[in-house]
Design a protein around this ligand. Structure first.
Ligand SMILES: *Cc1c(COP(=O)(O)O)cnc(C)c1O
Length: 352
């Protein structure tokens, strides 16, 4: 597919001859101006000072750990513009901490949380013209930590690189999701000691086959069950799941193979503030099918209502729309992220 044309010529622009047409951005990669690189050299475990370079292709040795054995972890976060044009990051230090946990599991050194946040800030500042105005979208930031040293044997790479790049994304209104649960289909990295709880690059492409099948059958995503018993729900391919029953909101405990989402964690606190009873616990499929409402959370989707879940030819339908609990939670979260709702917990970091 050809990349979307997002530029329109603008005669009167000052130092830039191009103006961005915000209504034409989608959810694909639009090349931006700069990216940030920081290396941890051979036999050391601390990252040296990084630098901004023009956005572009990387040069890698064919025997890089990331290419051959998937030694890598990534993060995802967004920068949003406020109504008066300031730029806010949302809990970036949480992403830095999570990258560190993932790096430990993958036998990689990681930048300090401070280095991580600084790298993200630098990347956003260098690409600030790509942060959409309020209501038009966000700048999605993708930090990627990878083994860039050369390895042939099965061993951690001798050199690591943190790369941070960014691309503008539209406000994501997917509409309510239709999910499917399939017996004997687990997120491929399940099992004790697996990597399901970290954002390792090795976790995602194994899901493509099942996702492709589910999408061909008209579903939006798969809701995975735990591999040990096949009775309890875990999460979707890249977001966490919640259910609402009366005044109670429940979500599976973020342990085992469940990725500890930062949106998940924030929604739990927001829901408590709004007066709901929130529980982190094991949730069976049967219970899920009886819920009033189901929604999922993640940086990319925000808070997204689920319309239906199909399991063994039974289809359960849920409440969505303006009156839904998920809608209230979503408005509060987005309000904090864009400076429209008071940020009592200092979750946002203003960088301009
Ligand atoms: C990234 C991710 C999430 C959501 O995490 P956020 O921090 O909320 O973006 C949930 N599940 C999986 C498998 C993920 O990769």
């Amino acid at each position: 597919m050809a990349s979307p044309s997002v530029f329109t010529a603008c005669e009167s622009a000052g130092n830039s001859s191009e103006e961005i047409n915000w209504d034409e951005i989608g959810f694909g990669i639009i090349p931006t101006d700069s990216m940030y690189l920081m290396k941890c050299p051979t036999e050391e475990d601390t990252f040296s000072d990084g630098s901004l370079v023009p956005y572009g292709n990387l040069e890698l040795t064919p025997s890089a750990g990331i290419l051959n054995y998937g030694q890598g972890v990534f993060e995802g976060l967004k920068a949003n513009r406020t109504e008066d044009g300031r730029i806010l990051l949302f809990r970036p230090e949480e992403n830095g901490r999570r990258m560190k946990t993932g790096a430990d599991r993958m036998c990689m050194p990681s930048p300090s949380v401070e280095q991580f946040v600084n790298a993200v800030k630098q990347t956003v500042l260098a690409n600030k013209r790509w942060v959409p105005p309020l209501g038009k979208g966000s700048l999605y930031i993708r930090p990627l930590l990878m083994g860039t040293g050369s390895v042939l044997g099965l061993t951690p790479a001798p050199e690591y690189t943190l790369l941070v790049y960014a691309t503008p994304v539209k406000t994501y209104h997917k509409g309510p999701l239709n999910l499917v649960i399939k017996d004997k289909l687990y997120r491929a990295i399940s099992g004790s000691g697996g990597t399901g709880r970290i954002k390792s690059v090795v976790n995602y492409s194994p899901a493509y086959k099942a996702l492709k099948e589910a999408r061909a059958e008209g579903f939006s995503d798969i809701l995975y069950l735990d591999a040990a018993t096949g009775k309890f729900i875990e999460e979707l391919s890249s977001c966490n799941v919640f259910l609402v029953k009366g005044n109670a909101i429940s979500t599976p405990t973020a342990e085992g193979n469940i990725l500890p989402g930062i949106t998940r964690k924030s929604i739990i606190e927001i829901a408590i503030d709004l007066g709901y009873e929130v529980m982190e616990r094991a949730i069976s499929v049967e219970e899920l099918m009886e819920a009033d409402e189901v929604f999922c959370t993640g940086t990319a989707v925000g808070v997204n209502p689920v319309l239906s879940i199909t399991y063994n030819n039974t289809r359960a339908e849920y409440k969505a729309g303006a009156e839904a609990v998920s809608q209230k939670l979503c408005q509060t979260l987005v309000g904090i992220q864009t400076g429209q709702v008071e940020d009592a917990r200092a979750w946002t970091l203003q960088i301009e």
